[in-house]
Every structure is written in structure tokens, then in C-alpha cells.
Ligand binder design. Structure first.
Ligand code: DGT
Ligand code: CA
Ligand code: CA
Ligand code: ZN
Length: 588
């Protein structure tokens, strides 16, 4: 177990003892030692191995034994037993702003509450206000603290994270003391859901930057504020961390705080194998932990750090320790898709079904964005909640689209609307429209919108049957998940991907930030089977066209290149590809 984790365990022991009403000297000793460990300059495992823990101030025999046990075995029986003797809910209650161990202990003893839910109920029924030392005010504060905690303990979709991060990034960039700055962490790696926001800044005068960050509008609470780092909670509950470093440290700090943790571990290992040390402060010619500038190998960019470790620069999206090191070592990193290579979206809605945008608005907005084409694939009749179209309505829409395209052609524009349908896959895998109607459409997306309760085998069979229809170009939002809201339905991904490979069916990467479905983790397999990806906005409003950028980020996370993504094709080539499956294998 490493230093940070050991410190965390000791800290927790202190808190647990306090909850049990132990003597304050004993409880404080744990917190004190935990802090001492955090500022340790020597590696903890070395101190343990050389039996030199006693040199740390305030560290008695009993604590030395406990630390040794933690470092060597990774656990501490004393801690585990202690933890088991205290209801887990009490520790959770401590996270509520304004509640310390003393108060939690009191609430537990007097009211018997052992969970946040029970505490909330006690507040709502007014029991907390009746306790000595609490009162109406503190009861109200606890209640709002519980709600607050609930919102900010949660995780956030990528789009929300960017919406919160962008103004902060702009503010930092504009600050006169900021030399370089970037987002880091899971946001930079383009995870579909992120915990907190991370920023890395280089500056020769950190104080002003920290001040700007901690005092910016939209900060609800400053959790921590030091000379070179700060953590805040933003309105809306998101947490944001800032680290300010010198410009010489910027590249290594950025690499470190971008993570992932798993990726960092391999990077550090590679450095050690080369007789070097890599940490957040730099890459050093040293065989032990250091931040001595005279030992630093100057690396101005992440690319130089990777280069020193014998690697091509790994794009942030790929830093998950999922094979990127082998690829970088062999010089086989894919040239990842750039979002600007996308030329349009093949699954979108309009006012004809549940979209808010008219055909004319779609044309205006997506041309403005620089697209070459945009497919209108409204819902089919079975999706009646979404105002799915009856065949006759769909044929009317085809005429309307033809009218828009005729006008575009007359204007000399090459932009085109494509006609289409997001046709429902019915319970047994049949489609909501007959083949002859589907054959009239430019683009057919087949999706599941009902019957989510089927088991994995049934769902899989249903999707495979849809893929086997020669008029289906692609499967839409394959698992139906809504991030942080609805679990995906169970699907045998491999079987569905294999079926798509066999039938020449594409799979959508739905770029709506609630979906990002198919998940990035499955794209490497799909790609290996030769299945093409289509990055679709599933736009219901004109501003959803911007999802292309997020979708491309997720595609990059799945290692996809321009050649793997159908909607990077210019219109003539796309039209040809849209004919491929319909014409059947003989005409290929
Ligand atoms: P999140 O915020 O949960 O979505 O995920 P991250 O990856 O943004 O994690 P976060 O914010 O806790 O830390 C940012 C990065 O800092 C993380 O990706 C890697 C680095 N980091 C943080 N703690 C550790 C650690 O204990 N060991 C190592 N090797 N790296 C760490
Ligand atoms: Ca983070
Ligand atoms: Ca963080
Ligand atoms: Zn849909």
C-alpha cells in the first residue's frame, strides 16, 4: 500500500475512534501522523524496510506496527475490525457539511440514526431540532447539506462537464499570470461520465491564479485552498480542482493529472526501467523519488516525455491502459478521427416527428456548421409517443425533402438533405415499415424503442434480425442506455457485431451525451470485424448538431480513424456506400 492510502486509513481510524467516543488524544494522534506521512520526503516502503519509521516525529511503537502492516500486507486487521464495529452510514453522515464526529455521535446515540436516509427522515419530522445543541436552524442546515451532498457526490455527463469547464478555462486563459493552461483528468480523456473537473496551469505567480479560480463567480464553496492548488464546488454541484505549477513542470503535471491512474502507473514503470523517475514535477535522472530541478530532463511537451520513454505521443483519449503502450512502442498508434472530418449526421429528427427543427432550419444550421449533408430520419409509426410517421406521412415528407433539395440545387448549393427513417425494431425483430417503403429512403436507421424488458438472448436475436434486413443501413443506439439515468438493456455485443460484419450493416455511435451508444469500449472489436461506425447527432434541435464534436471524441476513445467512420465520406461516395448492402453481394 502506498503512502497516500496509508495516510487515508490512519485518518479514517482517527475518525472512527472519535465516533466511538475515544479519548481525543488518541484520535488526534492518527490525524497527526496521517498528515506527517503526506509531507514525507522519503519513500514510505523504504522507511519500513529499513525499520526507520521511528524517525518520524510523534510515531510511537503501536503506530509503527500498524503502518508496517499496512505497507507490507496492504491491510490492517485493527482498522477492519474497528470499521465493522461502526455503522457505515455514520461515516457517510460525516460528509454532510457542518456535521463532525461529535454531532454524528450524538445523533446516533439520541435518535438511533445509522444512515443518511434516517437522518433526513429525522430532520423532516423535526426530531433533530428538539435535540440539545441542535435547534431549528441546524436542522435546516443538515437537510440542505444532505441535498447538496447528494447532488455533488454524483457524476456528470461529458457535455455538462464541458459546459462547466469552458468558462473556467477561458477565465484562466485570460489571466495575466497564466502561461499555459489545460483541462486534465477524465474530461481531457473524454470519458462519457466524469467525476470532477481538473485544470492544470503554469505560472510564475500562482497566488493570483489561485485567487482567480477560488473567487470566480459560480463557486459555491471552496473545499481547499493552498499556495499552488485549490478545489471548489461549483453551482450545480460539480467539483473542480486546479493545480498551478512552474512552466518547466507543466508537461509532466499535465500528463500526471490527465491520467488515467492505470496509464500513469505504466508510464512510471517505464521511466524506472530506464533508470529515470517520472512524477507530477518532471522526468528526472534519478533512481528515487525527487523533484530536484538539477536532475530534470527538460520536456516542454507531453510528446517529449513520451519520446524519452521510447513512445509515440499517446492521445489523451487513449490513456486508459487498454493496449495503447504496445501500439505506441511499435509506432502503430492509429491516426485518430478529427471531428472536423465529419461531413454530416445520418440520424436526426424534425418537426415531422418529435424534433423541434423544421427542414428549413436544419438546412440553415447544418450548412452554417460546414456540413455537406444531413439525413432526416424521423420516427416510424409504432413510436406514437414520439409522433412516429405513418407510411403516407413519410411519403409526404419525402416530397418535402425533394422540394428543399430542388431549391438547393437551383441555388447552386451542393448541400443535400437525405431522406430516411429511424424505423422501430418490433418485439420480434421485424421492422415497423415494409421493405418497399424502406427501399424508397436514402437512409434507414433501425432502433429499439420499446420492449426493453426482454432478456439478453431475445434482445440479441431481435437486433440481429434487424441487421439482416438488406434495407437497414445501421443499428441505432444499440443498448438504449441513458447515462446516469437508465441502464443499457442486455445485449450480446459480440454476436450483434458479428452479425453486422456478416451483413454489411453499420453501427451508430449515437453522439447524444446521454447515450454515446455504442459504448467506446466495444469499438475496437467492431473495427477488427470490419464494421463501420456512423457518428450521429440524433438531433432533435438545431443546437444538437454540436454533438458531432463530442461523438468524435468518444470515437477517438474507441481508437477509430477517419476510414472507420462512414460519415467522413463526401456525398457521392456516401451515396455509393448507401447502395452497397441493397444491391447485395453479387454486385459489390
Ligand atoms: P474522475 O474525476 O473520477 O472522473 O477521474 P479522473 O481521472 O479525472 O481522476 P481524478 O480527478 O481523481 O485525478 C485526476 C488524475 O490525476 C488521474 O486521472 C490520475 C492522477 N491521479 C490522481 N490521483 C492519483 C494517484 O493516487 N496515483 C496516480 N498514479 N495518479 C493519480
Ligand atoms: Ca477528475
Ligand atoms: Ca480531481
Ligand atoms: Zn431513437
Amino acid at each position: 500500500m502506498d503512502r497516500e492510502n496509508v495516510a487515508a486509513v490512519l485518518e479514517e481510524i482517527g475518525v472512527l475512534l472519535e465516533l466511538k467516543g475515544e479519548n481525543p488524544f488518541k484520535t488526534r494522534a492518527y490525524a497527526y501522523v496521517a498528515r506527517a506521512l503526506e509531507t514525507l520526503t522519503e519513500p514510505l516502503d523504504q522507511l519500513v524496510a529499513e525499520r526507520r519509521l521511528g524517525t518520524i516525529k510523534g510515531l510511537g511503537e503501536a503506530l509503527q506496527q500498524k503502518i508496517t502492516e499496512l505497507v507490507t500486507t496492504g491491510r490492517l486487521v485493527y482498522h477492519e475490525e474497528l470499521k465493522a464495529s461502526v455503522p457505515a452510514g455514520l461515516l457517510e453522515m460525516l460528509r454532510i457539511p457542518g456535521l463532525g464526529p461529535k454531532k454524528v455521535k450524538l445523533l446516533h446515540e439520541r435518535l438511533g440514526v445509522v444512515s443518511v436516509e434516517q437522518l433526513e427522515a429525522a430532520c423532516l419530522s423535526g426530531k433533530v431540532a428538539g435535540l440539545d445543541g441542535f435547534g431549528e436552524k441546524s436542522q435546516a442546515r443538515i437537510l440542505s447539506g444532505i441535498q447538496f451532498r447528494r447532488s455533488y457526490a454524483s457524476r456528470h455527463r461529458l457535455s455538462d462537464a464541458w459546459a462547466a469547464a469552458e468558462p473556467i478555462l477561458e477565465r484562466l486563459r485570460a489571466h495575466p499570470d497564466v502561461l499555459r493552461c489545460s483541462v486534465a483528468g477524465s474530461l481531457r480523456r473524454c470519458r462519457e461520465v466524469v467525476g470532477d473537473l481538473d485544470f492544470v496551469v503554469s505560472s510564475a505567480r500562482p497566488a493570483g491564479v489561485i485567487g482567480c479560480f477560488a473567487e470566480q463567480s459560480g463557486v459555491l464553496e471552496v473545499i481547499a485552498r493552498g499556495e499552488t492548488k485549490a478545489s471548489v464546488v461549483l453551482a450545480g454541484g460539480m467539483q473542480a480542482d486546479l493545480r498551478v505549477v512552474s512552466d518547466a513542470e507543466f508537461a509532466s503535471a499535465l500528463a500526471y493529472f490527465t491520467g488515467s491512474k492505470e496509464h500513469n502507473i505504466v508510464m512510471r514503470q517505464r521511466a524506472i526501467q530506464r533508470g529515470l523517475r517520472l512524477n507530477e514535477y518532471g522526468l528526472f535522472r534519478a533512481r528515487e523519488e525527487t523533484r530536484d530541478p538539477s536532475l530534470r530532463i527538460e520536456c516542454r511537451t507531453e510528446e517529449e516525455i513520451y519520446g524519452e520513454l521510447g513512445l509515440a505521443c499517446i492521445p489523451p483519449e487513449m490513456r486508459e491502459d487498454r493496449g495503447e503502450f504496445g501500439a505506441a512502442e511499435r509506432g502503430e498508434l492509429p491516426r485518430l478521427l478529427e471531428w472536423t472530418e465529419l461531413r454530416g449526421s445520418l440520424h436526426n429528427h424534425s418537426t415531422w416527428s418529435d424534433g423541434r427543427q423544421t427542414l428549413e432550419q436544419i438546412v440553415a444550421e447544418t450548412r452554417e456548421l460546414g456540413c455537406d449533408y444531413w439525413a432526416v430520419t424521423d420516427h416510424s409509426r409504432s413510436s406514437f409517443v414520439a409522433h412516429g410517421l405513418e407510411p403516407a406521412r413519410l411519403r409526404q415528407q419525402l416530397e418535402a425533402i425533394a422540394g428543399v433539395n430542388a431549391r438547393l440545387a437551383a441555388e447552386g448549393s451542393d448541400f443535400r438533405l437525405l431522406s430516411g427513417s429511424e424505423v422501430d425494431i418490433l418485439g420480434d425483430g421485424r421492422l415497423d415499415f415494409e421493405d418497399d417503403l424502406l427501399a424508397e429512403l436514402d437512409v434507414v436507421v433501425a432502433s429499439i424503442h420499446q420492449g426493453f424488458s426482454q432478456n439478453e438472448a431475445e434482445m440479441t436475436k431481435r437486433l440481429i434480425r434487424a441487421a439482416e434486413n438488406r434495407y437497414v443501413h445501421m443499428l441505432g443506439h444499440l443498448t438504449g442506455r441513458l447515462l446516469l439515468e437508465r441502464e443499457p438493456y442486455r445485449v450480446n455485443h459480440q454476436a450483434v457485431i458479428d452479425a453486422c460484419a456478416a451483413t454489411g450493416t453499420w453501427i451508430e455511435l449515437n453522439a447524444n451525451p446521454y447515450r454515446f451508444d455504442l459504448d467506446w469500449r466495444h469499438w475496437t472489436y467492431a473495427r477488427e470485424q470490419g464494421v463501420k461506425c456512423v457518428i450521429n447527432c440524433d438531433a432533435h434541435r438545431t443546437e444538437h448538431a454540436g454533438y458531432l464534436r463530442l461523438g468524435a471524441g468518444i470515437a477517438r476513445k474507441g481508437w477509430l480513424t477517419k476510414g472507420d467512420v462512414i460519415n467522413t465520406l463526401p456525398l457521392p461516395a456516401l451515396r455509393k456506400e448507401l447502395q452497397r448492402k441493397r444491391k447485395g453481394p453479387r454486385e459489390l
